[in-house]
Design a protein around this ligand. Structure first.
Ligand code: SF4
Length: 361
């Protein structure tokens, strides 16, 4: 349960996760049950939660524990990280400390913020030197008798008190240890070099000389991050092919994506990535050619009805779907040599392993 919740909570908010978590634990309450699930079932349950490789890796790891480790979960952070796909340093530390009582620290986004403020660490908080130092600190600080509670308390402190924009320093239970707070109240913290002189040497933890302490920011001078790269812009043409099924209900064609890469193994309306800056007419022609391969007969570009554009932000991609529809008369024989495809009603579509972006489409 701790493992599943930790994986689901990566990059995803608690409120979103709760329903998925409950359904998952009800469906696969044990490692053995999860090991027997199919990837399609996992993708269906995960649909809408994003970062789909997480579900796939959870299931692969469950299979590995059952088939290669005699059904016994690794119990230390080192082994968890080494042996289980999808379990990184943070998740391994969280499972080992919360589930198995190992006195090992964790560093997540909340812990980074708290520790950088506690020690006035002003270098880029994603740099290897800072990250290594934060792990060392977390491993030293962790309570030896209640490591799981300590780690959760530290993360909770970051989530509720030492929050990014307006931290509640006056109510903070560790304020007497906090150098950023002292710096804000009294100027320089004692026994450390003047932060304004920092960055002159080679200290990999201090703020760079070009970005000294800004007193208007107070404790929120820390942590500091390198500027994020803007997401890559992509355009994809997608077509909702519809037909009347044998019971008269409308049906839509969905096709399966490749088993690796973005949205691996999920289902979508037939789609085609487009070069940037194509004229609309050209986009239509390219989509018509692409659909022709699916349908085994010519598709007139003029017959495609433009519906609108849908924007969806993936973590690193700003995706614009250019949406068309095409009602079909008569049956279409799908080529079995192409990717798997099927006709679904609207209800079946929503129960399938489709991404949030496709639901928007
Ligand atoms: Fe964070 Fe303020 Fe507490 Fe320091 S005193 S740890 S900055 S909330």
């Amino acid at each position: 349960a701790v493992w599943v919740s930790e994986i689901m909570l990566q990059q995803t908010q608690v409120a979103t996760v709760i329903d998925y978590y409950n359904r998952w634990m009800q469906k696969w309450p044990t490692l053995q049950a999860l090991a027997q699930a199919s990837l399609e079932e996992v993708n269906e349950l995960w649909a809408g939660l994003g970062y789909y490789s997480r579900g796939k890796r959870l299931q692969e790891a469950a299979r590995k524990v059952v088939s290669e480790l005699a059904g016994r979960m690794p119990r230390t952070a080192e082994d968890l990280q080494k042996l289980l796909p999808g379990v990184g340093r943070y998740t391994a530390g969280a499972i080992a400390s919360i589930s198995y009582g190992q006195a090992t620290g964790v560093v997540d986004g909340n812990v980074i913020r708290v520790l950088c403020r506690l020690r006035c660490i002003g270098a880029d908080s994603s740099s290897p030197a800072v990250i290594d130092r934060l792990w060392d600190m977390a491993n030293v600080l962790v309570d030896r008798s209640r490591p799981g509670d300590f780690n959760q308390a530290l993360m909770e402190l970051g989530a509720t008190v030492c929050v990014p924009k307006a931290p509640l320093c006056g109510e903070c239970p560790v304020k007497q240890h906090c150098q950023a707070w002292r710096r804000k109240l009294f100027g320089n913290p004692p026994k450390v070099p003047d932060v304004e002189d920092c960055g002159v040497g080679d200290c990999p933890l201090c703020p760079p000389a070009t970005e000294p302490w800004d007193s208007s920011l107070g404790v929120t001078n820390f942590p500091r991050k390198a500027a994020k790269k803007p997401p890559r812009a992509m355009r994809t043409a997608t077509c909702v092919l519809e037909r009347r099924g044998c019971h008269g209900a409308l049906e839509y064609l969905i096709v399966q994506r490749p088993s690796s890469g973005l949205l691996a193994g999920l289902w979508e309306f037939p789609s085609l990535p487009l070069a940037q800056d194509l004229q609309e007419e050209r986009e239509r022609e390219e989509l018509a050619d692409h659909l022709q391969a699916w349908m085994g007969r010519p598709v007139a570009a003029k017959g495609l009805r433009f519906i609108g554009e849908v924007i969806h932000i993936f973590s690193h991609i700003h995706q614009t779907y250019v949406v068309y529809s095409l009602p079909l008369d008569g049956d279409v024989t799908l080529d079995p040599a192409l990717s798997p495809s099927r006709w679904v009603t609207e209800d079946e579509f929503h129960a399938s392993a489709v991404s949030t972006a496709m639901k928007k489409v």
